[in-house]
Design a protein around this ligand. Structure first.
Ligand code: GSH
Length: 201
């Protein structure tokens, strides 16, 4: 099994964390969606959308995107599930995953918009995406309990997402005014699987 990945993608990081947490034997292979035409062509043959992560199974089937890959990885190995099977815990984990993926997507969009020539850049969209990131941070802050939060796919996704914002967009101060979120994300990022998958500085 091979995971097409990059060291900086917050979506690929979710899958890499799942692999480490579950002790799985998956080869992590570098792929650059914005690389040379040949590399992009090879990625598109695996994932027609040309995005990472993509998980190539031993029978040749390719899974994408990150929620599908993570759900599949959770069926492998003997570790306790990271995607609760049913009940309120499942919907909390999946909702937090959706929120975290949205934060990462908004951050990725801001980064890509910033790479466009200044005259083509849309400040309106950048403001909108920044707003989504800050609103998501406030929403999670409001629902965090004093008790220990579950370590599940929702937590992993939020850690990868806010870790990405801290890495690529340090001028977006999502932690300010959100002390519970900030403490929680820092604790998650210190966990072995997340420390081992941190983007290169
Ligand atoms: N919803 C997808 C998002 C994946 C994604 O956007 N990956 C970025 C890298 S961080 C990518 O490959 N972008 C290439 C492109 O947008 O063409 C997932 O959760 O896997």
């Amino acid at each position: 099994m091979q995971l097409l990945s990059s060291p900086t993608s917050p979506f690929a990081r979710k899958a890499r964390v799942m692999i480490l947490e579950r002790g799985l034997d998956v080869e992590v292979v570098g792929a650059n969606p914005f690389g040379a035409a040949e590399e992009v062509g090879a990625l598109r043959r695996a994932n027609p959308l040309g995005k990472i992560p993509a998980l190539i199974l031993d029978d040749g089937q390719v899974l994408f995107d990150s929620p599908v890959i993570c759900e599949y990885l959770d069926t492998l190995g003997d570790a306790a599930p990271l995607v609760p099977k049913s009940g309120p815990a499942r919907w909390t984990a999946l909702r937090r995953q959706a929120l975290g993926d949205g934060v990462a997507e908004a951050g990725f969009n801001i980064v890509m918009e910033g790479r466009r020539p200044a005259e083509l850049r849309s400040d309106e969209w950048i403001v909108r995406w920044r707003g989504a990131i800050l609103c998501a941070a406030a929403a999670i802050e409001a629902e965090l309990t004093a008790d220990a939060e579950a370590f599940d796919l929702g937590a992993i996704t939020l850690a990868c997402a806010f870790g990405y914002i801290r890495f690529r967009l340090p001028d977006i101060h999502w932690a300010a005014g959100n002390p519970r979120l900030s403490t929680w994300i820092n604790a998650l990022l210190a966990r072995d699987s997340l420390a081992a998958t941190a983007p290169p500085q």
